[in-house]
Design a protein around this ligand. Structure first.
Ligand SMILES: [Zn+2]
Ligand SMILES: [Zn+2]
Ligand SMILES: [Zn+2]
Length: 263
């Protein structure tokens, strides 16, 4: 398969409440460091010809404006929690300028959630100006979005199945606290991994920072970035100082570039 050169942009790296969290006066939420301002978790994936995003967060509109995204070919969804789907309504701007429905990719559980949360988008009788989508069902097979091959990886978020995605040498895992052994095989050989790391204290459905570090080490991935971060973790600067080379917190606006290759 041919993998094009891609650029990844982190559109958001915060947990469901974002950082700063509304009404919180803690030292992270009041930090002046721009890296302590985290929209909800999402990434932009771009080749020369194709632009896709993973998830439409409640911050989707602000994320598109901040990253100056003028064209969007597809949205790929990880799971139906509100912090990953809430911004879907705002794809109507791309519908307007691109004059076509947005291609969206989701598994069955996420499709049920989207139809429940955005019933008007999927209604038989639609009122004018609402978002228009073209739904694609994700199986466990690699699929193409334009020239970008996308490999789904099944991970577990307590009991909810969530999709992680591998894009060539890059793997993105949000909202998980467990991965089955056979799915780990799909990640091995990646050069860079992103893993959710909510905080240091254990959590019922998210990896802790240490669990995320341990997973990146177990899989022998040279570069790991942590995302879906809570204000409870600490500031970007104080936590990054504790981490080993090749392991660091992601931040909003971080960009990573990967060369093309074939295998
Ligand atoms: Zn989440
Ligand atoms: Zn706080
Ligand atoms: Zn979730």
């Amino acid at each position: 398969m041919n993998y094009p050169a891609i650029k990844i942009t982190f559109l958001g790296t915060g947990t469901s409440g974002g950082v700063p969290m509304i009404a919180c006066g803690c030292h992270v939420c009041t930090s002046p460091d721009e890296k302590d301002k985290r929209f909800r978790s999402s990434i932009l994936v771009q080749s020369d010809t194709t632009t896709l995003i993973v998830d439409t967060t409640p911050d989707f509109r602000s994320q598109m404006l901040r990253a100056n995204v003028k064209k969007l070919d597809a949205v790929i969804f990880t799971h139906p929690h509100k912090d990953h789907i809430a911004g879907l309504d705002d794809i109507k701007a791309f519908n307007f300028f691109q004059q076509k429905p947005m291609d969206i990719y989701a598994n069955e559980i996420t499709q049920e959630g989207l139809k429940r949360e955005f019933a008007y988008i999927f209604a038989d009788k639609k009122y004018p100006g609402i978002p228009s989508v073209n739904m694609h069902t994700i199986s466990d097979e690699t699929f193409m979005v334009g020239d970008i091959p996308v490999t789904p990886i099944l991970v577990h978020h307590l009991k909810l199945p969530v999709l992680a995605f591998r894009f060539g040498k890059f793997t993105y895992i949000t909202d998980a606290n467990r991965i089955d052994e056979q799915e780990k095989q799909k990640i091995i050989g990646a050069n860079t991994i992103v893993i959710n790391a909510l905080r240091k204290k254990s959590h019922i459905s998210h990896f802790t920072l240490q669990e995320a570090i341990d997973l990146s080490n177990e899989l022998k991935i040279p570069n790991a970035y942590f995302t879906h971060i809570s204000h409870q973790l600490g500031t970007h600067e104080e936590i990054n100082k504790e981490l080993s080379p090749g392991r660091q917190l992601a931040w909003d606006g971080l960009q990573l570039v990967f060369d093309s290759f074939s295998n």
